[in-house]
Design a protein around this ligand. Structure first.
Ligand code: ADP
Ligand code: MG
Length: 715
């Protein structure tokens, strides 16, 4: 007898197997059975033809209006079948060499057709679709629901149905949940659920099946996470207790501002975590500008004081450099060990990026391996083998949503015992996502902003709307007014120059037309902002040039700074009140939210203008409208999540988990996730290796294998 891990070739031919693998990643019978129908047709329920889009592969239940067969050439017979959804909408489905059709099809008959939607003579049509008759004829599932599968030109929905039906007849589907749990949660048995989702008796039956299978998806994920937490406890971390009279105290005494209550509180929490013999796993959420960097630096200094090293991992080179600069400023003489102006007690800060020269790199690597550098900042380059620490005690990951589990774990693997981990994000992660993706992290939040921050007024400037003509001129006018009253302006562009490939990973497609710093700067200087002191700033300028421009901007010697997202973090010029983002639709939600956090830092209200060419009613405009409406990072995170596909939320490197979540939606299914989590924790506590839960263990290993077991195991 076949089982779920058997090759799908057991039930389909070689050719179909290839297509299934290519189109849907289906390799095993289990994969096939998890290719769930996305809808069910019921007799009499017709598909809305108004929703058809050219180019899509559609399966429709429709009514025949008329049938017209014709011999075009000796070898070519054509049948045009006009079909309707019962409204005024009609389209034509064209069949070649199906001479029997005019004899079988009658007006008013209900049929199911499946094929490519094309445009012919400026009208939609279905060319050479597959057809099933469900009144009488080829398929007759009288009274039953017909499952409709995501299909392609090469594998039709009924080919999938046939394969699934065959598979269901062949495999044994063991129960994976303990009986008492299943009963308590009122869930259908697993075998029944998998049968029912493909061959439901009724819509309600299908829903119950989905409830069960959705729970399974949440449960298996949570069991994996519970096991990871358990494993982490078995591998103790080195405690890094805070000491007196160290760098941390000196740093606190040197800060030019007082910490907010939130920063203090989170700080205490971190020191407590760091002093324990189990690795800290903490997520620090805090609005843009809430002062996360200072919190992280304090934690890093506590670790350095305790004899260890701390690494700060940033997603891009520009961000790593920004961090290095701002941490250098924050630390002052405390971070200049080995230099003339070092404080009595001090450490060194090393920066390691992919683009640094060989000599500088060698020097930095040496500082890291000897432990001279207490704080090491870098990009993915930190993950390379060549980077070795003397005693890595803490890993801080900034803006983790661009990092995968694997990268995080590769860095952790550089320490003898698991280092403590702090993940920081300005885009708050909804609870359910945190529980599913980062289920092993505890959460701290910096709720308040440092005193003196002003609200930022955001306005979308849509250059494509006829009734908004002139808005862009007004935006430049506004910039001039701000400068006239002594304030400064940022202009942000998605690109550096015409050949610039994506500098930022978040940028959407359609690069070629996006505004570029090198074009926009002269254009503004000669046009709408003529006479103002304009300069540019971008990631390809040499560091000294960048520093020089930043320093002059900070000193008020530049009125308008045209920049890429290099200013996204670390830039802190309270006199800058206005930000004009060009082609704002090219940026992601969290990036725009970060960017606008650069204004409104002084005593004056900040203004952020989002210029876009996107037309009304597009997702891009919806996104910008969302940012216009709220300053609340939590709400924006939800919007972000809603707009992206679920898979993207989990991140590129989480493809394993993504493939396992077919029915579960992280935003919608909070209750399911919470329930599954508590059940998973209880079960793993009682049977850590799942010895007594064999089918569950198989499901868990499948997920872990997909997620690259070699990395997961190190948690
Ligand atoms: P984010 O949370 O966005 O990373 P940062 O750590 O970059 O925020 O902090 C933003 C700015 O606020 C920095 O210039 C930082 O020096 C400053 N800052 C941090 N904490 C305070 C505070 N308690 N009071 C005043 N300014 C602060
Ligand atoms: Mg930051």
């Amino acid at each position: 007898m076949a089982d779920e891990s058997s090759n799908v070739r057991t039930v389909v031919g070689e050719k179909t197997a290839k297509v299934l693998e290519k189109a849907f990643g289906i390799q095993t019978i289990g994969d096939l059975l998890r290719h769930y129908p996305f809808r069910y047709f019921e007799r009499g329920e017709l598909t809305n033809l108004a929703e058809l889009r050219p180019g899509e592969h559609a399966t429709l239940q429709v009514r025949v209006v008329k049938v017209f067969g014709k011999q075009i050439r000796p070898n070519l017979h054509k049948t045009d079948v006009t079909i309707t959804d019962g409204t005024r909408h009609q389209i034509v489905a064209t069949f070649f060499n199906r001479k029997f059709l005019p004899k079988v099809l009658q007006p008013d008959m209900e049929i199911v057709v499946s094929g490519e939607v094309e445009v012919f003579n400026r009208k939609l049509q279905l060319k050479q679709p597959d057809i099933a008759l469900n009144a009488k004829g080829l398929v007759d599932d009288a009274g039953k629901l017909m499952p409709i599968y995501r299909a392609t030109k090469d594998v039709r929905t009924w080919a999938l149905k046939n394969a699934v039906d065959l598979a269901l007849g062949m495999v044994d589907l063991p129960e994976s949940l303990p009986d008492d749990l299943r009963t308590r949660r009122g869930l259908m048995g697993r075998s029944e659920a998998i049968h029912a989702i493909h061959q439901p008796e009724s819509r309600e039956h299908a829903e119950q099946a989905k409830d069960r299978l959705r729970f399974d998806e949440a449960f298996v994920t949570q069991v994996v996470l519970a096991q990871r937490r358990n494993l982490a406890l078995l591998e103790p971390a080195k405690p890094r207790a805070r000491i007196q009279g160290g760098l941390l105290e000196a740093f606190d005494a040197s800060l030019p501002f007082t910490l907010t209550a939130g920063q203090r509180e989170v700080g205490e929490q971190l020191f407590e975590d760091l002093a324990r013999g189990v690795p800290m796993h903490r997520l620090l959420q805090g609005e843009v500008g809430s002062g996360k960097t200072v919190v992280a630096v304090r934690a890093m200094l506590a670790v350095v004081d305790a004899g260890g090293q701390a690494a700060l991992l940033a997603p891009t080179e520009v961000l790593a450099q920004q961090h290095a600069r701002s941490i250098d400023v924050l630390l002052g003489p405390l971070g200049r060990a080995g230099q003339l102006d070092a404080a009595d007690r001090s450490t060194a800060v090393a920066l390691i990026t992919g683009s640094m020269g060989a000599a500088a790199r060698q020097a930095a690597l040496l500082d890291v391996i000897t432990g001279r550098a207490g704080i090491v900042i870098g990009t993915h380059a930190l993950l390379e083998k060549a980077v070795q620490f003397e005693d890595l005690g803490l890993v801080v990951v900034d803006e983790q949503h661009r990092f995968g589990v694997e990268q995080r774990d590769a860095l952790r693997a550089k320490a003898d015992s698991p280092p403590h981990l702090l993940v920081m994000t300005a885009t708050p992660i909804p609870r359910t996502v945190a529980m599913t993706v980062y289920g092993d992290l505890e959460t701290s939040t910096l709720a308040e902003l440092p005193a003196g921050r002003q609200p930022i007024k955001t306005t979308v400037v849509p250059t494509a709307d006829d009734d908004k003509a002139g808005w862009l001129d007004r935006a430049w006018q506004r910039a001039r007014e701000e400068v006239a009253s002594g304030r400064q302006v940022f202009v942000v562009c998605p690109r550096i120059d015409a050949d610039d490939a994506a500098e930022e990973p978040e940028l959407a497609e359609g690069w070629s037309t996006a505004a570029a710093v090198e074009d926009v700067t002269p254009m503004l200087a000669q046009g709408p902002l003529a006479g103002l002191r304009i300069e540019m700033l971008h990631g390809r300028m040499p560091s000294e040039r960048k520093d020089d421009v930043m320093q002059r901007f900070a000193a008020g010697k530049i009125d308008v700074l045209v920049a890429t997202t290099v200013i996204e973090v670390g830039v802190d010029v309270p006199n800058a009140t206005t930000m004009i983002v060009l082609d704002a639709d090219r940026f992601g939600i969290s990036q725009l939210h970060q960017l606008r956090g650069r204004v409104g830092r002084g005593g004056n209200e900040g203004v952020c203008l989002l210029v876009t060419n996107a037309t009304r009613d597009t997702p891009a405009r919806e996104r910008l409208a969302g940012i216009e409406k709220t300053l609340d990072g939590f709400e924006l995170a939800r919007l972000d999540l809603k707009q992206r596909r679920e898979g993207d939320v989990l991140g590129e490197s989480q493809s394993g988990r993504r493939r396992h979540l077919k029915l579960l939606e992280l935003l919608r299914d909070e209750a399911v996730i919470v329930a599954a989590r508590s059940d998973a924790i209880a079960l793993v506590a009682e049977d850590p290796t799942l010895e007594r839960h064999e089918p569950l263990r198989a499901a868990v290993s499948a997920l872990v294998a997909d997620e690259r077991a070699e990395f997961l195991g190190k948690a």
